[in-house]
Write a protein that binds this ligand. Structure first.
Ligand SMILES: Nc1ncnc2c1ncn2[C@@H]1O[C@H](COP(=O)(O)OP(=O)(O)O)[C@@H](O)[C@H]1O
Ligand SMILES: [Mg+2]
Length: 254
């Protein structure tokens, strides 16, 4: 993924059919973009527009451009050329397979070598406090373990240069490291969230109201500092959770 990549959102209309205030937003490789707004305002709808590479053919009338151009029909439907991966809320693994078998299967289907499998597991283990072993069955993984595995899988095996995350439950995963991993691989990460750690990690966030993109807020220096401080608290909570899970006693003071 060394090529340049931009994703452009061309504004459409709000829920009342009125043109939305933000008419143009361009996002580059490696950028993290937040989407915020009240429940029902249209955050998932914007994510869906990006996932489908909408071309004025969804209720919002938005269009999504890749590298400034309308993607061709093949790009929109061919799963092998899928530009957009979604880190899903419902991360149920249906297959009764081990972690290592699943990853080999996925790597093969993407035309990637088996050497990537161990890298995915190693990376996933930097994101979760509960170690994932290659022989674990997917069906026994905890929420935090499966989210970590999916994140590492998308970072390493999936070619999709755009990753969408819609209000992911993030207990049990080092959220900030997960996002940094994905954007560090040069992916564009679009995340719907009100979690301050994630929202403030984004360089910009789109504000949604009544179905419309009404504002784009650039994360300020102060907000970045706040983000750093809450991340420490967050990681501390994660380590306390692991201490308690291991049946140990919490001794450390803040
Ligand atoms: N621009 C729009 N035009 C028409 N309907 C919209 C628009 N944006 C959102 N909606 C509708 O509003 C409802 C709530 O949107 P949703 O994206 O699920 O909100 P959120 O994810 O913020 O809770 C959905 O039924 C969706 O189809
Ligand atoms: Mg939603």
């Amino acid at each position: 993924m060394n090529e340049e990549l931009t994703l452009t959102i061309l504004g459409g209309v709000d829920k009342d059919g009125v043109p939305e205030p933000v008419k143009f937003m361009e996002v580059s490789k490696g950028e993290i973009i937040g989407i915020v707004g009240p429940t029902g305002s249209g955050k998932s709808t914007l994510i869906d527009d990006i996932e489908q590479l909408a071309q004025g053919d969804t209720p919002t009338g938005r269009s999504i451009l890749i590298n400034g151009k309308r993607p061709d029909a093949l790009t929109r439907v061919d799963p092998r050329r899928k530009l957009v991966a979604q880190l899903s809320q419902k991360m149920h693994f249906l297959a009764d397979m081990t972690v290592v078998d699943f990853l080999h299967m996925h790597a093969r289907s993407r035309g990637k070598g088996p050497e990537l499998v161990n890298r995915v597991i190693e990376l996933a283990n930097t994101l979760t406090g509960e170690p994932i072993s290659p022989d674990h069955y997917l069906t026994v993984l905890s929420g935090g373990q499966s989210r970590s595995l999916m994140t590492a899988d998308i970072a390493v095996i999936s070619d999709s240069p755009v990753v969408l995350i819609d209000e992911i439950e993030n207990a049990g995963i080092k959220k900030q490291e997960a996002l940094r991993l994905l954007s560090g691989e040069g992916k564009i990460v679009v995340v719907v969230t009100h979690d301050p750690v994630l929202a403030l990690m984004a360089s910009r966030r789109i504000v949604i109201r009544n179905g419309a993109m009404v504002d784009i807020i650039t994360t300020s220096r102060e907000e970045q500092d706040v983000c750093g401080r809450i991340t420490q608290v967050d990681n501390w909570l994660l380590s306390l959770r692991e201490t308690i899970r291991r049946g140990e006693v919490v001794e450390e003071l803040a």
